[in-house]
Design a binder for this molecule. Structure first.
Ligand code: UT7
Length: 429
């Protein structure tokens, strides 16, 4: 039995699937929890804990020097104005928001040692969905073989991942779900205008995921703050391709399907809301700025982080995790990727108070306070476990292909024989 498993014994059943995750016991915050009354009349508090995490970035890297060959820019300008040095880009057609999301989702489930069939809900926050519909989340659900999960996309731009955590917490505290997979997945390179130097240098592709589980251990996601100011909708937008401006030859030839941004206005807004949202969420969690062990901000621009988190909140640099130099702005994926790297770097330990804070198009902003309460230990990887997992992935792919094949065969039958008498009746009457 792995170290993580040994610290997560089964506890009393108290929810949809009766499978609540027992985590470490370092958390001490009992506020903002929900619960239920058990058979003996004892109140059983319920908490939403992050128990698995994972990320994936495409292999192809584009450096600032590469960009110098494409647009009129300089490495020095990009570095000094944003902090970005390189970004990963989905170069292969098979790399889509869904496939990146599936890889991050698998990694989070593997980390938690939870099978896809136990997931109750998949929330995919994305600014570059595969389609207007169906949702990228549904495609991810099929790819993961999460046959018992509901799935939906969440559109709140770069704030989307923290919005997703807030939704996951709500579902869990309400008793509607035991496991919620929250994914941020982006292929922004597909909607960036590679001739526009004011935007193409900023963004990157990637995905990150966390598994949020119901737990009786105090802590986890203790407070959230969500905000929106739609009067700034035009400051950062993909104008065409939706119902307001449907795709046409004209929208395509004018580049209306690419990201357009008033960078300076977004910069001003971001520096203000990052500090405000952090203060608000700490207040809700009953914490002060001094209690914070690590802030993981949305990774858009190092100067936004400096002006808000360092200068306004006076949180020291060693308590802020920054990795945007390697990935650029990966929108909804930036915070979960940074979380995974912060864990890898040994920056998070049980008992820590974390803040995730982001901003984005909408305009939107979001923050959450987390009392980290789970052990940071990857389940022991064995040959047998790995084989089981690979078999489950193959089975999920086979199940999906089988269902598609059945539908194709079914669609060959004439409508009359499918609907039989019902159709005849409706034609007659
Ligand atoms: O997740 C949310 C996504 N959005 C953001 O986070 C964006 C927030 N905004 C920003 O990060 C910054 O506003 C930018 C990085 C986009 C721009 O930085 P800035 O310091 O606000 O520069 P600026 O827009 O004021 O432009 C200064 C100059 C302009 O030239 P002129 O008009 O002064 O001659 C730009 O044309 O820099 C020029 N410029 C560039 N030069 C070289 C703009 N982009 C580039 C570039 N390379 N890539």
């Amino acid at each position: 039995m792995s170290e993580q498993q040994s610290q997560q014994p089964n506890i009393h059943a108290n929810g949809a699937s009766g499978n609540r995750h027992r985590t470490g016991s370092n958390g001490n915050s009992e506020q903002h929890s929900a619960g239920s009354t058990g058979p003996a009349g004892a109140f059983s508090p319920r908490f939403a804990q992050i128990v698995g995490w994972g990320y994936h970035v495409p292999e192809k890297v584009i450096t600032n020097f590469d960009l110098e060959q494409i647009v009129d820019t300089k490495d020095e300008w990009i570095r000094s104005r944003t902090g970005i040095e390189e970004r990963h880009v989905a170069a292969a057609p098979s790399e889509t928001s869904a496939t990146l999301g599936i890889l991050a989702g698998r990694a989070a489930l593997e980390m938690a040692d939870v099978t896809p069939s136990k997931v109750d809900l998949i929330i995919c926050a994305t600014s570059s969905p595969e389609h207007i519909f169906p949702s990228t989340a549904s495609i991810i659900q099929d790819g993961l073989g999460a046959s018992n999960a509901g799935a939906f996309d969440l559109s709140a731009a770069c704030s989307g991942f923290v919005y997703g955590l807030s939704m996951a917490r709500g579902h869990i505290l309400a008793g509607d779900a035991e496991y919620v997979l929250v994914i941020g997945a982006e292929t922004l390179s597909r909607i960036v205008d590679w001739t526009d130097r004011t935007t193409c240098v900023l963004f990157g592709d990637g995905s990150g995921a966390v598994l949020v589980a119901a737990s009786d251990v105090p802590g986890g996601i203790t407070a959230t703050v969500l905000g929106s100011d739609g009067s700034g909708a035009d400051l950062l937008t993909v104008p065409a391709g939706g119902s307001a401006m449907p795709a046409s030859l004209e929208t395509v030839s004018s580049g209306g399907h690419y990201i357009k941004m008033d960078g300076t206005a977004v910069f001003r807004f971001a520096t203000r809301v990052m500090a405000e949202a952090t203060r608000q969420v700490l207040g809700k969690a009953g914490l002060s700025v001094d209690d914070v062990d690590l802030v993981i901000p949305h990774q858009a621009n190092v100067r936004i982080i400096q002006n808000s988190v360092f200068k306004q909140l006076k949180i020291p640099e060693d308590k802020v995790f920054i990795n945007l130099q390697k990935y650029g702005n990966t929108s909804t994926a930036s915070i979960p990727i940074a979380l995974c790297e912060a864990i890898e770097a040994g920056k998070i330990k049980p008992g820590d108070n974390l803040v995730f804070v982001g901003f984005g198009a909408g305009l939107t902003w979001a923050a959450c306070a987390i009392k980290w309460s789970v052990p940071i230990a990857k389940p022991e990887e064995t040959w047998w476990r790995n084989t089981q997992r690979q078999a489950a992935y193959q089975a999920a792919a086979a199940r999906s292909m089988w269902k598609r094949a059945i539908r194709r065969v079914y669609s060959q039958f004439p409508a009359k024989s499918r609907w039989g008498e019902r159709k005849e009746e409706s034609e007659a009457g």
